[in-house]
Design a protein around this ligand. Structure first.
Ligand code: GCW
Length: 676
């Protein structure tokens, strides 16, 4: 008998543990106390939070009278420290009280309690937590045909075959988001297909909204600005045209009839070939406000993207500012301008977009990228919390405020990021990539958390509670983003990656006839006289878009932070830094250091055998091999290519020749990497 059980267990074990990371960070520790529960409300959100507790507590039962309860969850608290969907927790070994003013708050409180408990904290006194940003939103770049733009975890979790068809276990997605406070999601790509607004599609979107509603997650749609013409058959999509206004008004009515709590629209307009108001001689404000008015009666909002640039517009880093600053103050109060963290495009490191320090009378929000388009796909361990904290805490010097303070100091506040989910069982294509989804949610709720705290929680919830192991993994995670910057784009270099797929190094890329501002050479400007983009007052003068003293600081290579020096300056190869190193020495130092970091991560990880589940241990071991190889490839490709201009020595033996680096880029197809 025992033998048979053992045998069964042995056959099940790989399955059980393989499933481990499919649960994301939701594998909470079982509550052991014999709690008696009481809940103040009986709505769908309370059912969801009850279900969450049922999973985690054996012998769960509800008290008839709240006074008898030892685990109390209420959504009618009078506690004045609680605001919005915030909550308060008081708990010891025998009694737990979670108070909120809304049922969503109660749900968040339950998750927070489960998190704290799972991380080993059982006694919690007067712990109050209120959300920082009002809208904490994921942007999915999922297309109706089931593909995902810049997705590295399989196909779409929402669509297939031009229809809404969501993952069967979509509830896990809802729970995962609710557990970290994410309360909104844009389910389709900003490169929006007009058909997303067709009646048939909207019926499908309604079914998604129903699945997410109990978890307090609102659905939003990215819409194509020319929908009135492309879908509605009108002659124009001019935002000032009466029929166009009428079309959007009716469309909004249709949407809200199906989805009464629909969030609103996200719009990419007049950018990368997408239509927009400027096609009709109108402005971004005309376009955004027209949509805002159609949504207004229902409480919907417009998130209008500032990601705009064109080959004729001069320095790409300046264009969003140039286009949007003249419109400051011209947007309706239910419009918020969604700005990527950096002025170019989710590069491993960019200075913050100057719009964050410049727009004074317009509501603005940040867009981050969780999916690792430019950071090694779902193959490189790169914990992005440190990058996002660097961005949030940067002083813009606009009223002395940081990016975080500027974006929180307005009536409507929001924080968004491009999701990294897909149909792969583990959702993100790599267990370590899950940590970035987690970190985004935690920071949207509380941007004051440290990256170390976030890593610590996530590791405890997902990988291991072994204290020594937690410390070591934390250490790897906290160093990982800088390592990626070092082996890809150190010292402010940017946009050196492979053409179109954005995978691997391709600083040499030259595609005849292609847009100049998509070519790496436009950005690095490597030549016999040096390296880097001159954005100083002697060059494109992008520095001018920053407030003082940043402007003067960035303008002077001696004062400019080293990590941005080649972003703002074109420096000679023998330029000498304060530490005595030439530019060439520094480049080699950083590229080499990035690779060494990954080697070190491998060593640390190897020592963790036995402390994390075997499949996770193996997964990370294998991925780190890929990461090391690609780090060496980046180092060798970039350094040897730059050497063709600098003519200076490379004091180590590269793993790959320059020719091999070029050939490697074409060996693995993007499509192949998307396999489920
Ligand atoms: O970085 C670029 C990406 C595009 C993306 C675009 C955007 C959705 O390469 O794939 O399109 O940014 O953010 O609009």
């Amino acid at each position: 008998m025992i033998f048979r059980r053992l045998l069964l267990l042995l056959t099940l074990l790989p399955l059980l543990s393989a499933a481990q990371t499919d649960k994301l960070w939701l594998d909470f520790k079982t509550l052991e106390e014999p709690f008696v529960f009481s809940f103040s409300s009986k709505n769908a959100t309370f059912e969801a939070l009850k279900k969450e507790l049922y999973w985690d507590i054996p012998n769960f039962y509800t008290a008839k009278k709240p006074e008898k309860a030892s685990f109390l969850v209420v959504d009618n608290s009078q506690n004045s420290a609680i605001s919005g969907d915030g909550f308060a927790i008081n708990a010891d070994e025998k009694n737990v009280k979670i108070e909120a003013k809304t049922s969503a708050g109660a749900l968040y409180g339950v998750y927070e309690y489960l998190r704290l408990y799972s991380c080993g904290q059982k006694v919690i006194k007067d712990y109050v937590s209120n959300p920082a940003y009002q809208i904490r939103i994921l942007n999915h770049w999922d297309n109706p045909d089931g593909s995902v733009e810049r997705g590295y975890a399989g196909k779409s979790i929402w669509f297939d075959g031009e229809k809404v068809k969501f993952r069967e276990d979509i509830e896990t997605y809802a729970r995962a988001n609710a557990s970290i406070g994410i309360n909104a999601t844009v389910i389709d790509n900003v490169n929006a297909d007009p058909k997303i607004l067709s009646t048939e599609m909207l019926q499908g979107v309604k079914t998604i909204a129903e699945k997410l509603r109990p978890y307090n997650i609102k659905v939003y749609l990215a819409v194509n600005f020319s929908s009135p013409a492309a879908l509605g058959g009108l002659k124009t999509s001019d935002p000032l045209d009466k029929d166009v206004i009428d079309w959007w008004t009716k469309k909004c009515k249709e949407i809200y009839t199906l989805i009464p709590d629909f969030g609103g629209f996200l719009v990419k307009a007049n950018s990368e070939g997408l239509p927009g108001p400027m096609d009709f001689g109108r402005t971004h404000a005309d376009g955004a406000n027209m949509l805002a008015k159609a949504l207004k009666p229902y409480g919907g909002i417009v998130m209008w993207r500032a990601f705009v640039y064109n080959p004729q517009g001069g320095d790409r880093a300046k264009q969003a500012y140039d286009e949007f600053m003249p419109l400051d103050g011209k947007f309706d109060d239910n419009v918020i301008i969604q700005i990527k963290n950096g002025p170019i495009d989710f590069q491993p490191r960019e200075p913050f977009s100057p719009l964050f320090g410049a727009m004074k009378n317009t509501q603005i929000m940040a867009e981050l990228q969780i999916t690792q388009e430019y950071l090694g796909y779902s193959d490189h361990l790169c914990f992005l919390s440190t990058m996002w904290k660097e961005f949030l805490d940067y002083p813009t010097f606009h009223n002395g405020k940081t990016v975080k303070e500027t974006t929180l100091n307005q009536k409507l506040t929001a924080f968004s990021a491009v999701a990294n989910t897909g149909t792969m069982k583990n959702w993100c294509g790599y267990v370590m990539a899950q940590s970035n989804w987690y970190a985004f949610g935690r920071l949207a709720w509380n941007p004051d958390l440290t990256s170390q705290q976030i890593a610590n929680e996530w590791i405890n919830l997902t990988l291991t509670t072994d204290k020594e192991a937690v410390k070591k993994i934390e250490n790897i995670m906290l160093r990982s983003r800088e390592a990626v910057v070092d082996y890809m784009t150190p010292l402010g270099l940017h946009h050196l990656m492979g053409w179109s797929d954005h995978w691997g190094p391709e600083p040499w890329c030259d595609i005849p006839g292609a847009r100049e501002d998509w070519m790496p050479r436009y950005y690095h400007k490597a030549a016999a006289d040096g390296l880097g983009f001159d954005r100083s007052s002697k060059g494109s003068n992008a520095v001018e878009q920053y407030q003082e003293p940043l402007k003067s600081m960035y303008d002077n290579p001696k004062l400019c932070p080293k990590e941005f020096v080649l972003w703002f300056h074109h420096l000679p190869w023998d330029y000498t830094f304060d530490n005595g190193n030439t530019l060439w020495d520094e480049l080699l130092y950083h590229y080499t250091k990035g690779v060494k970091e990954v080697e070190d991560f491998q060593k640390i990880w190897a020592g963790l055998k036995g402390t994390v589940k075997e499949p996770v241990f193996n997964e990370v071991t294998e991925k780190l091999k890929v990461q090391l190889d690609e780090a060496q490839w980046w180092r060798d490709g970039c350094v040897q290519y730059f050497q063709t201009f600098s003519k200076m020595d490379i004091p180590f033996k590269p793993k790959y020749t320059l020719e091999e680096c070029k050939a490697k880029l074409r060996t693995k197809a993007y499509v192949e990497r998307q396999k489920d």
